[in-house]
Design a protein around this ligand. Structure first.
Ligand code: SAM
Length: 229
């Protein structure tokens, strides 16, 4: 039995993404920010300015994810955040699995102060891929492929190395068709907060008990705020 918290119509599971997602059935959109594929060591004289990299290693968030979790039979669309080095494998997979896809980007106004033999991490990508009937939603003015927002300093706010900004998640959820949204790599619940605010039905999965607790608190607050409005 997977430990589950229910908040109104929303469900949050403390468990493994792969095992739990396989049991959930069809969702209109799987929207997730999975573990990255990055070289988190090194950094030379800038290393001390990026403790977030140490936390990524401790939490094993730098070794990519199992792409079999992307299943077009289980969702109408997917939105997947991806580090630069994940794109060469991710794009052909999505291209072969869904009707169409769009490569989108968000620009951090406050990127990490590093450039160790590479570019700075001022841009982060996400791919939105959809089957017929699940094409991007929103008014024409909301359908831009880019946003420019500041990145929360996670360690200070939620003690997580990579929480996503609320403004970014609100924009992405607004571009997703349908009612149900699932985030199998929920972290601190940023997708859930945006989904609940937008009146969607959210399902989240997270295996780290500390981050799960943060997600429960954030999603509960979002639910109560919406109920009170
Ligand atoms: C990149 S972070 C997501 C951060 C999230 N977008 C936020 O705003 O807080 C990925 C999350 O997936 C979780 N995770 C990694 N592998 C997992 C697995 N197999 N099952 C469940 N959760 C997993 C990690 O603990 C981490 O919190």
């Amino acid at each position: 039995m997977i430990p589950t918290i229910t908040i109104g119509p929303h469900r949050l599971f403390l468990g493994d993404a792969y095992e739990t997602r396989a049991k959930l059935g069809f969702q209109d959109c799987d929207l997730f920010d999975p573990p990255y594929l990055i070289r988190a060591s090194g950094g030379g004289r800038y290393r001390k300015k990026r403790p977030m990299m140490d936390q990524l290693i401790i939490e094993d968030l730098h070794k990519d994810f199992d792409h079999s979790i992307i299943n077009p039979l289980q969702c109408g669309a997917v939105v997947v955040f991806a580090h630069n080095d994940q794109l060469p494998k991710l794009l052909p997979l999505l291209d072969g699995s869904f009707h169409r896809q769009a490569l989108c980007v968000w620009q951090k106004t406050n990127p990490q102060p590093i450039a160790n033999k590479h570019y700075r991490s001022d841009l982060e990508y996400y791919v939105h891929a959809w089957s017929r009937g699940y094409h991007p939603a929103g008014a024409i003015g909301d359908k831009l492929r880019h946003s420019r927002v500041s990145s929360p300093r996670g360690a200070a706010k939620f003690d997580h190395p990579t929480p996503k900004p609320d403004a970014l998640m609100d924009k992405i959820v607004g571009n997703v068709a349908g009612e149900t949204i699932c985030d199998p790599f929920m972290g601190t619940g940023s997708t859930g907060v945006a989904a609940i605010r937008a009146g969607r039905i959210f399902t989240g999965i997270e295996h780290n008990p500390k981050h799960f607790e943060t997600a429960v608190a954030r999603c509960t607050a979002a639910f109560q705020e919406r109920a009170a409005a």
